[in-house]
Design a protein around this ligand. Structure first.
Ligand SMILES: NC(=O)c1ccc[n+]([C@@H]2O[C@H](COP(=O)([O-])OP(=O)(O)OC[C@H]3O[C@@H](n4cnc5c(N)ncnc54)[C@H](OP(=O)(O)O)[C@@H]3O)[C@@H](O)[C@H]2O)c1
Length: 426
């Protein structure tokens, strides 16, 4: 039985993770849930269904709402199962409550003893501390929150290597393949992870990250000028949260994934290529020294990569029907249009420069996307805002471009970048 905490349980990835748990109750046990506070009724339902005794809500303000009182009632009605009693006791002994409010409560949740795996499905840089603390406590991190790696990959990957070594020493690692401390949930990275199994990393010549191209593939900048949030939220192949849907449409999501791939697979940027594959049937590919290419295909459903991140090194029964190749039709490939969708090029620039520039890029993107969704900024203004914040950092703002040293430093740079970006929202 793997005991899991799900951060972001009310979101797209969070609810699909819980669906995987529903299908494998003999293998997975939910012991903690966290969400932002926007959907407390759903969180309370999840608490009842899965009998969860420990909950965190990211927003401190949510504590005063009537829905919060109902949530507390739901959690208190759950009696910690005998075998998980130590979990609740440890939390209480640190002065915690079974329902915590505020960002620290989310981090407290990942530190609970008796938790094997933390699924981080928070959105944005808000997930950074949770990813870091999960690995610092020696637990397995199943990571959907790609922003953690974009911002803090330089800190997170060495920690993951330490946890891998500890898992190997404790006999918890599989006989072959990676020890599994950091399991990517992103479908592209889950695909690459699987294409690399059983291979010699020194023989890998290129990673091919596939992209759907988003809802505006083929459009010109002129045609993108008046795009509305509703149009940008309608993704052709994946049903996702609002922020990643906008990122997919601007190709910033692909940029974040290139940086994520660089950290996860220790691959230089000039050997990570993006190819548009509009059917989203090929989830990514790995090219080897002898010219062979391994591709990962599957039904377009996030429950498959989520489940693999939780079942590794095993494979469990599929959560959805398999791909029917007789109905698949054509598979198309095309280069991404980085001139129209400039966010991908900006992300490559930030990743290649390294240090604190990806943190600035990510924070500016979060500000610009939130402004666009609130109809306070334009669609094309997203890339302009990101570029302006990056330029200001390179010119010395926010302490200038620095090597990554600590979480505190990253949080400071992130805060500076958000203020800077607000000045460039158009
Ligand atoms: N959706 C996909 O198909 C997909 C695929 C690959 C990777 N990802 C990545 O997975 C992550 C989550 O994406 P998503 O699409 O699932 O997002 P989402 O649907 O917007 O869900 C985000 C979740 O995080 C919670 N949350 C937000 N801010 C929080 C905070 N400060 N503290 C605690 N909880 C907070 C939300 O709670 P409330 O809304 O209830 O307040 C919600 O449960 C992102 O990094 C995304 O890039 C998503």
């Amino acid at each position: 039985m793997r005991r899991i905490v799900v951060l972001g349980s009310t979101g797209s990835i969070g609810t699909q993770t819980l669906d995987v748990v529903r299908r494998h109750p003999d293998k997975l046990q939910v012991v903690g849930l966290a969400a932002g506070g926007g959907r407390l009724d759903l969180l309370a339902e999840q608490v009842r269904e899965f009998g969860v005794a420990q909950v965190a809500v990211g927003s401190e303000g949510a504590a005063e709402t009537p829905a919060a009182a109902k949530l507390v009632e739901a959690v208190e009605s759950v009696r910690p199962r005998e075998r998980f009693a130590s979990l609740a006791e440890a939390f209480q002994s640190r002065g915690g409550k079974r329902v915590g409010f505020g960002p620290d409560a989310v981090v407290d949740l990942v530190q609970l003893p008796d938790v094997d795996v933390v699924v981080n499905a928070l959105v944005g840089a808000a997930g950074l501390r949770a990813s870091y603390e999960t690995l610092r406590c020696g637990k397995v991190l199943a990571l959907a929150n790609k922003e953690s790696l974009v911002v803090g990959g330089d800190l997170i990957m060495p920690l993951a290597a330490q946890v891998d070594a500890a898992r190997t020493a404790a006999g918890l690692a599989p006989a072959t393949g990676p020890a599994g401390a950091l399991m990517p949930i992103d479908s592209e990275h889950g695909a690459i992870y699987q294409c690399l199994l059983g291979e010699n990393p020194r023989e890998v010549t290129r990673l091919w990250v596939t992209a759907s191209g988003g809802p505006f593939r083929g459009r010109t900048r002129q045609q993108l000028q008046s795009i509305t949030p509703a149009q940008a939220l309608a993704h052709p192949t994946w049903n996702m949260g609002a922020k990643i849907s906008i990122d997919s449409s601007t190709l910033m999501n692909k940029g974040l994934e290139v940086i994520e791939a660089h950290h996860l697979f220790a691959m230089p940027y000039d050997r990570i290529s993006v190819v548009v594959q509009p059917q989203s049937a090929i989830h990514s590919m790995v090219e080897y020294a002898d010219g062979s290419v391994k591709a990962h295909l599957g039904t377009t459903d996030m429950r498959i990569p989520i489940q693999f991140a939780l079942s590794y090194p095993d494979r469990w029964d599929a959560p959805v029907g398999p791909l029917d190749f007789t109905k698949l039709g054509n598979l198309e490939f095309a280069p991404p249009d980085e001139e129209t969708f400039r966010c991908l090029a900006l992300a490559r620039t930030a990743g290649s420069a390294g240090g604190t520039l990806p943190a600035v890029m990510n924070a500016a993107n979060e500000v610009a996307v939130a402004a666009f969704l609130a109809e306070e900024g334009s669609y094309l203004g997203i890339a302009e805002c990101v570029e302006a914040a990056m330029d200001a950092h390179v010119a010395g703002g926010g302490g200038g471009l620095q090597p990554v040293e600590s979480i505190e430093q990253l949080l400071e740079v992130d805060a500076w970048a958000r203020e800077e970006a607000k000045r460039h929202v158009r």
